[in-house]
Ligand binder design. Structure first.
Ligand code: 5AD
Ligand code: SF4
Length: 454
């Protein structure tokens, strides 16, 4: 039986696409293996959002080159995802040992492209501008039986000036709401307890199909399928509607967790980024969210060192972080992406200034995260177990509905893996910056009696 390995970089959409590729290859009679050394096919699902992804892939492919020249001439290397889409044929010049280059719109063709490369012994490239097939309509092999990624839409129309996504993922295209709901019903019947609805800009879901967004309705209908937890990403602040806030507040299955990228606190920088909101309107939105959704956890993305960012601009970003009480912030150093508007800006911020700002920001974000976590100590939370903790394999690791990682000792005689996909109440005893620790409440009735219910 032929074997494959998939290496995935980047966002949740890539993780989802990789699950679809695994499903497709398995449907061809292939088997997944853990190590590239044992694989007949190695697939790279690449990301070009921030780093120099070609360089990164070059390192990975170089290590396979030795395998290919050292007795495994039939090993096939395929590069897909955003780098494949962006570079196309050019990738073969940069990485001559690659056999197949494919893009973000033609996952379904990968088996045929691999077959053609194997038959002709020539590199095969196929990159399409768009596609009518959603990856979700393909077979899938889920990484976790209890969790599924469900795309609502692909692409992005926002053209934030720093961002490559609209160029590599194309225009916004929504899936019909009936298909999304039907898929979630099937998943629920198949034992999936958590779905994550995906899109670069889920709040505008449906606009292209129905003339007006239907994201709030999608949330309510997906929650009604019986899937216990509904998550989603990503939200653009300019499109987050009162209907969506109401759907989050009123629908028990929709997790009280929101990823709401702010990118910067400076109105000048936000305008240069083409974000279409101001610091004040973002702050007002956050206050409305905290008021409407009790216990909401909020995360964000922030870019440091956008061209022209002054000390005063950066001070506004720190102010936003202080005032928004973020549970988490993903912080990035600005990196010019060829082909974007911002790449033409020449007023770059010196590297040492950027790094100093970045460190101050990270410190503030960590303090905010710890403060939010401390409020959990002494409460009881519903936790969905994911398996063994990465820090200590004998411990259980899972997440609250607010996306907090929770660690707890695994009851004697059971393996942490056997808990994966099940829910349990946990009494939270301690808070760190990025995780909580506690005990399964069943075995801790003494602790429970003194605990406040969340
Ligand atoms: N440089 C730095 N960060 C970027 N992001 C997107 N493009 C860039 C870039 N060119 C960040 C944004 C976005 C997240 C997914 O990646 O913060 O929200
Ligand atoms: Fe990129 Fe902006 Fe679209 Fe997000 S909303 S994918 S940052 S262009």
């Amino acid at each position: 039986m032929r074997t494959f390995v998939i290496r995935t970089f980047g966002c949740q959409m890539n993780k989802h696409d990789s699950e679809r590729i695994a499903g497709l290859l398995r449907a061809q009679g292939m088997r997944a293996v853990g190590d590239a050394g044992d694989a007949d096919v190695v697939v790279f699902m690449t990301c070009s959002v921030r780093e120099n992804a070609v360089e990164r892939i070059r390192g990975q492919v170089a290590s396979l080159k030795a395998l290919k020249t050292g007795g495994r001439p039939d090993l096939l290397i395929a590069v897909g995802g955003c780098v494949g889409q962006q570079e196309g044929e050019g990738l073969l010049r940069a990485l001559p040992h690659v056999d197949v280059v494919f893009g973000t719109h033609n996952l379904a063709h990968l088996p045929a492209l691999l077959e053609s490369a194997a038959r002709t012994r020539r590199p095969t490239v196929e990159v399409l501008d768009s596609s009518d097939t959603f990856a979700s309509d393909l077979p899938s092999e889920r990484e976790h039986p209890w969790h599924a990624w469900v795309p609502l839409m692909v692409g992005c129309d926002n053209f934030c000036s720093y961002c490559i996504v609209p160029y590599v993922r194309g225009r916004e295209r929504s899936r019909p709401i009936g298909k999304v709901v039907a898929e979630c019903e099937r998943l629920a019947a198949d034992g999936v307890v958590e779905v994550t609805l995906l899109g670069q800009n889920v709040n505008s879901y449906g606009r292209d199909l129905y003339g007006a967004p239907r994201f709030a309705e999608a949330l309510r209908r997906v929650a009604a399928t019986g899937v216990r937890r509904v998550r989603f990403a990503t939200s653009h602040p300019k499109d987050l509607s009162p209907e969506t806030i109401a759907a989050m507040a009123e629908t028990p299955g929709v997790c009280p967790y929101l990823h709401l990228p702010v990118q910067s606190g400076s109105d000048d920088v936000l305008a240069a980024m083409n974000r279409h909101y101001t610091k004040d309107s973002y702050l007002a939105l956050v206050e409305r969210l905290y008021e409407a959704i009790p216990g909401l956890a909020l995360s964000t993305d922030i870019i440091v060192g956008f061209p022209g960012e002054t000390d005063d601009d950066f001070a506004e970003t720190l102010d936003v972080v202080r005032r928004c009480r973020f549970d988490q912030a993903f912080t990035f150093i600005y990196s010019p992406r060829e082909g974007t508007k911002a790449a033409a800006l020449t007023c770059s911020v010196p590297g040492d200034v950027v790094h100093e700002r970045f460190d101050r920001l990270v410190e503030l974000v960590q303090a905010s995260a710890l403060e939010k976590n401390r409020a959990y100590v002494g409460t009881v939370r519903d936790v969905l177990w994911e398996g063994p903790s990465k820090r200590d394999e004998s411990m259980l690791a899972g997440r609250t509905d607010t996306n907090k990682v929770v660690h707890a000792p695994c009851p004697a005689g059971h393996s942490p893996q056997s808990y994966a996909g099940s829910f349990c109440e946990v009494g939270i005893e301690a808070a760190q910056t990025w995780f909580l620790s506690g005990f399964l409440s069943g075995s801790l009735s003494g602790f429970l009696s003194g605990a406040r219910r969340a």
